[in-house]
Design a protein around this ligand. Structure first.
Ligand code: CMC
Length: 427
C-alpha cells in the first residue's frame, strides 16, 4: 500500500512540503512534521498543544467526541466495575491483566514495599504544621530519589518494574504521612495485613498503636463499601494519556533525570486548579454557593466574560461529549446514597448546577460537561476524607499512569529532550 502523505503549501512562495502520515490504531492519524523547520524555515505555533501529538503511545486511548476511555484497549467501564485498582495497575504497567497468581504476587510485593525509609520521616518535620499535603507529598517524592539513586540509570524491564512498584507502593504512605503531619498527629505505619486501598484508609484513620475506632454499633471504621468506593476512584484516575502532569513527567524524563523527581514534578503540575486541584475546588465552590437558591447567581458569574470565575468540575480539553469517568462516578454516587452518608445539601446544589449547565446555551455551545472532579468530591467527603487530601488521592491513583508513561518514554527511540521553539515578538 502506498505511503500516505500530507502536504502543506506556503501561499506566499507556492512551495509544497510533503510529510508522511503516521497511522494510528484508533483516533486521528498524525503527520510526522519533525523536519518542518529544516524544510520550510517556519515553526508550527500551537500553545497548549491542542493539535500536537508528542509521542506514539500504547497505554491509554481517549475518544473525546464519543466519551470513550480505554486502558491498554480495555474500556474504563469494565475496569471500574469488574476489576480492582491493583489489577488496573498491573494492566497499565505490563500491558495485560494479571492471572490470579500474578495478582497475588503483585499484591504481596506492594504490601511489602509500602514502608518508607525511616530517614525520610525527618523531612516532614521541616514543614510548617499546616503545610498543604500536596507540597509535602511532592517534596517527599523528590527526596525519595536520594534513597533509590540507583534507579537513575535503569534500562532493563525488571529494573523498570521494580522502580515502578516501589513508588506505587510508597505513594499512599507518603500521602498519609503528609496528611497526619498537617494535623500534627502521629504517623501510622502501613499494615501489611491490609489491601492497598484499605491500608491507605487505615493510615489516615487509625490511632497510635494501630488501633481502629469501633463505632457504637460495633462497626470497624473501615467498611467494605468505603474500600470499594475509593478503589474505584483510584481506578478512574489511573491514567489519562498526555494530560498536563503526564506531559510534565515525560518532559522531565527527557532530560535524563531520576524517575522519582519526574513523578514529583507531575505531582506539582497536578496540583493546579485547572487540573487535579479542581477536585478540592469543586467542594470549596459548592460550600461557597451554600444553598441551591444561590446557584443561578454563580452560573451567571461563570458565563460572564468579564468575570474570571469558572465552574470547577466543568469542561475538559479532550472530552467534548461527556467524561466517561464522571458518568461512572455519578451512577456510583446514586447507588451509594443508601450506604454512605452523602451530604444531601452538597448533592442538591451539585445536581442543580448540573441541570442548568446541561441545558444552558453557554455550556452546550462550548461543550462543557461535568468532569470526574465534579463527582469525586462528594464521594470523598462521604468517606470522611478531608478536602486537602482530595488531590493527593488523585496522585495515588495517577502514579501508575505517570510511571507507565515514563517507562514507555524511556523505551521510545523517537524521543529526544523536550525543547519547544518560540516565535520571538520582542524588541
Ligand atoms: N466554567 C465556565 N466557562 C468555562 C469553563 C468552566 N469550567 N471551562 C471552560 N470555559 C469556557 C472558557 O471561558 C472558554 O470560553 P470562550 O470561548 O468564550 O472564551 C471556553 O469555555 C473554552 O475554554 P478553554 O479554557 O479554552 O478550554 P481548555 O480546553 O483550554 O480548558 C479546562 C479545559 C479543564 C482547563 C477548563 O474547562 C477549566 O478550567 N475547567 C475548570 C477546572 C476543572 O474542572 N478542571 C478539571 C479537568 S478534569 C480532571 C483532569 O484531568 O485534570
Amino acid at each position: 500500500m502506498a505511503e500516505k502523505r500530507f502536504t502543506i503549501i506556503d501561499d506566499t512562495t507556492g512551495k509544497r512540503y510533503s510529510y508522511p502520515v503516521i497511522e494510528s490504531t484508533r483516533g486521528p492519524n498524525g503527520v510526522d512534521m519533525r523536519t518542518f523547520y529544516r524544510d520550510s524555515g517556519h515553526f508550527s505555533f500551537d500553545p497548549g498543544f491542542t493539535s500536537t501529538a508528542s509521542c506514539r503511545s500504547e497505554i491509554t486511548f481517549i475518544d473525546g467526541e464519543k466519551g470513550e476511555l480505554l486502558y491498554r484497549g480495555i474500556p474504563i467501564e469494565k475496569l471500574a466495575t469488574e476489576h480492582n485498582y491493583l489489577e488496573t495497575c498491573y494492566l497499565l504497567l505490563t500491558g495485560s491483566l494479571p492471572t490470579r497468581d500474578a495478582l497475588v504476587d503483585f499484591d504481596f510485593e506492594l504490601r511489602h514495599r509500602s514502608f518508607i525509609h525511616e530517614g525520610l520521616k525527618n523531612l516532614f518535620d521541616a514543614f510548617p504544621q499546616d503545610a498543604h499535603p500536596m507540597s509535602t507529598l511532592s517534596s517527599a517524592v523528590a527526596a525519595l530519589s536520594s534513597f533509590y539513586y540507583e534507579h537513575l540509570t535503569i534500562n532493563k524491564e525488571a529494573e523498570y518494574q521494580e522502580m515502578a512498584r516501589r513508588i506505587i507502593a510508597k505513594i499512599p504512605t507518603i500521602a498519609a504521612f503528609s496528611y497526619r503531619h498537617s494535623r500534627g498527629i502521629p504517623f501510622i505505619y502501613p499494615d501489611i495485613g491490609r489491601s492497598f486501598t484499605e491500608n491507605f484508609l487505615y493510615m489516615l484513620r487509625a490511632y497510635p498503636g494501630g488501633k481502629m475506632h469501633i463505632t457504637k454499633k460495633g462497626e470497624n471504621t473501615i467498611r467494605p463499601i468505603e474500600i470499594e468506593a475509593l478503589d474505584t476512584i483510584f481506578t478512574l484516575h489511573a491514567d489519562h494519556e498526555q494530560n498536563a502532569s503526564t506531559t510534565t513527567v515525560r518532559s522531565v524524563a527527557s532530560t535524563g533525570a531520576h524517575p522519582y523527581v519526574a513523578i514529583s514534578a507531575g505531582i506539582s503540575a497536578l496540583w493546579g486548579r485547572a487540573h487535579g486541584g479542581a477536585n478540592e475546588s469543586v467542594i470549596e465552590q459548592l460550600k461557597m454557593i451554600g444553598n441551591v437558591k444561590n446557584v443561578d447567581k454563580f452560573i451567571a458569574k461563570a458565563k460572564d466574560p468579564n468575570d474570571p470565575f469558572r465552574l470547577m468540575g466543568f469542561g475538559h480539553r479532550v472530552y467534548k461529549n461527556f467524561d466517561p469517568r464522571a458518568q461512572i462516578l455519578k451512577k456510583y454516587q446514586d447507588s451509594l446514597k443508601e450506604e454512605l452518608d452523602l451530604d444531601s445539601n452538597l448533592m442538591q446544589i451539585a445536581s442543580r448546577i448540573e441541570e442548568i449547565a446541561l441545558s444552558d446555551d453557554y455550556f452546550i455551545q462550548r461543550k462543557l460537561y461535568p468532569n470526574i472532579d465534579f463527582y469525586s468530591g462528594v464521594i470523598l467527603t462521604a468517606l470522611g476524607i478531608p478536602r486537602t487530601m482530595f488531590t493527593p488521592i488523585f496522585v495515588i491513583g495517577r502514579t501508575v499512569g505517570w510511571i507507565s508513561q515514563w517507562i514507555e518514554f524511556k523505551k521510545d527511540r523517537d524521543q529526544k529532550i523536550v525543547r519547544p521553539r518560540q516565535i520571538y515578538v520582542g524588541p
